[in-house]
Design a binder for this molecule. Sequence first.
Ligand code: GLU
Length: 303
Amino acid sequence: MKKWSNSEKMPISRSTVQKKSRRWVIKIGSSSLTNSDGVANEEWIQDLCWQIRELREQGVEVILVTSGSVSVGRRVLASESCPTQPSARRAAASLGQAALLTSFYRSFQGTGQSCGQLLVSKADLQLPARRSLRETIQEMMDAGVVPVVNENDATVSPSYLLGNNDMVAVVTARICGADLLLLLTDQKGLHEVDPRISPNSPVIPWGYASDPRFLQMAKGTGSGMGTGGMATKIHAAQRAARSGIPTLIALAQEEQILLQIRRGRKLGTLLLSQRTSLDRIRGIFERWKLGKDKARLALSAWA
Ligand code: GLU
């Protein structure tokens, strides 16, 4: 694969994106939340909650989107492989979601914070229902409660699920007028060359989400993206970019990942929007429809 090159200068500095943003949607993948045996990684969750507390003290509002219900539930049900029967998957999700939320609830309490659970379906993320989701999230944040979002895998039928939390996270980010979408995963970001072939392959520091090379890399054989999940992350970033929201893909297991990002450290891959004037107008209209929040509108103008 040709070496990655990005001759353009970044249109906005990392420091501006990471230090000035005020509302983060943080999506955590199943593999980051669980140990190799499928048990919720309590220590990691606790550490994450401490970091969220510090972020919030610095004025950042945090909305979590977490996966993991099916993989944790599978373990509780003592099923060896991922349940394929829809009913078995739903049962696993029910058990796993309860276990996960218990871990989050305890950890948030242990760090002097509270969290609340929001289980959504595709319909909740579309108009007109998404307005109530937005209002609920706002109400929770005003009350100092951290919203924890997942799809309602236990009761909603597959056709009413997005089935992928990268997409749930980006829709949540758009609904809530977030100014940073952080996708925490088991990769350091997007690599120039498939890290399975070349383990020392550098991480691409930034790019435009709309750059077609990213999707080609994710789809092609010998992908530079490391996991099949990278294609959905790029799709999510493209969707976020259309609303002017930057996406950062970073390694969940990196020490103090949230605080390092807040300090402006150049970790992971930052995917930015390269918007045309029409996109800008569309973005302004979308935000106007979402809430007419003038302060947020002004802030997101730089994105
Ligand atoms: N909602 C699913 C779960 O909690 C995860 C979907 C995804 O991995 O994107 O297990």
